[in-house]
Design a protein around this ligand. Structure first.
Ligand code: NAP
Length: 296
């Protein structure tokens, strides 16, 4: 099969590229609108349906893995048009082209489709209630995929981080090295996701021939922590000495109401695809070892 990865130079796309770099059964084609020095990337803007259709035709694409998205949660609040174009229009184009060709779309969504008002691990079937533009446009993207008639798998993930791009782990690693003290919120609880683990899950589903198990699945690492706990673990693994003060969310002015409890229930993904998921702390260690290696 020919697998087209979109948004391939972002965090998850880069993790996918590394996951398949030794060669696996199928052929992967990596595309993005951005380029990285020395990285072979096909230019493809997912908001351009004609371009999506032409690439899928010329590359004889059987599966699309969509990692492209508008992910800046704060900025999205004042940029509805762009967030909608990318988070709803993009997957709508990919899903329409997949439906036309009989291809399968593996689409990535987010815990932000929920409002954080469910006081237990959130199941795929729980009611959605996004509280901001990012979550609302990602939900519209899911709905566009579902109504297109294409074959699909949607993975909702949360708190994604990796050695690449901008993310909480890299920011905290730097801040706890540079500052004597910082404050981090302790009243938002969730489960971090190492992009390499999600990438391994996606490649497993494709390479083990399980793409016929259509549906929405929740994926994050195992275990639960607050942003404060997560920051302390990052500091400790890095061997930094910074004092981290736990604080409340209302001490940080934000345009978006962020979910206070955002733990995804992973029962379905584990059972359906026969996978085990690493604990967030062991994956954090693996990621930070990788960052150290890249910094040398
Ligand atoms: N990051 C998180 O904490 C988080 C949490 C939950 C769910 N998710 C979801 O996980 C998925 C992957 O997130 P990520 O953190 O890997 O994202 P990312 O690092 O921002 O990567 C997205 C990539 O898509 C590219 N892109 C932007 N517009 C495009 C377009 N029109 N056509 C094609 N590519 C385009 C971006 O290029 P530019 O950099 O040039 O814009 C970037 O290379 C997304 O669906 C996101 O919603 C992320």
């Amino acid at each position: 099969m020919n697998i087209l990865v979109t948004g391939a130079n972002g965090q998850l796309g880069t993790a996918l590229r590394r996951e398949v770099r030794g060669g696996v059964g199928n052929r992967y084609i990596f595309s993005d609108i951005s380029s990285l020095p020395g990285v072979d990337t096909l230019y493809l803007d997912i908001t351009d349906k004609t371009a999506v259709s032409l690439v899928c035709e010329s590359e004889k694409v059987d599966v699309v893995v969509n990692c492209a998205a508008y992910v800046d949660v704060e900025k999205a609040e004042s940029d509805l048009a762009m967030a909608s174009l990318l988070n709803e229009g993009g997957p709508a184009n990919l899903a329409a082209v997949c439906a036309e060709r009989g291809a399968t779309l593996v689409h990535i969504s987010t815990d932000y489709v929920f409002g954080g008002d469910i006081p237990r691990p959130i199941k795929e079937s729980d009611p959605v209630s996004p509280t901001g533009v990012y979550g609302a446009t990602k939900l519209q993207g899911e709905r566009a995929v579902l109504s297109s008639g294409c074959r699909y798998i949607i993975f909702r993930t949360a708190w994604l981080y990796s050695p690449w791009g901008k993310n909480f782990v890299k920011t905290m690693r730097t801040l706890t090295a540079q500052r004597r003290s910082i404050s981090v919120v302790f009243d938002q609880v969730g489960s971090p996701t190492y992009a390499a683990d999600l990438a391994a899950c996606i490649v497993h589903v494709i390479e083990s021939g399980q793409l016929d198990k259509q549906g929405i699945y929740h994926y994050s690492n195992e275990g639960v922590c607050s942003w404060y706990d997560f920051a302390c673990a990052i500091r400790d693994i890095a061997g930094n000495k910074c004092d981290i003060r736990p604080c409340h969310s209302d001490e940080y002015p934000s345009k978006v109401k962020r979910p206070s409890y955002s733990v995804l229930d992973k029962t379905l993904v584990k059972k359906s695809f026969g996978i085990t998921i690493p604990h967030w702390h062991s994956s954090l260690k693996a990621c930070m070892a990788q960052i150290d290696k890249l910094c040398k």
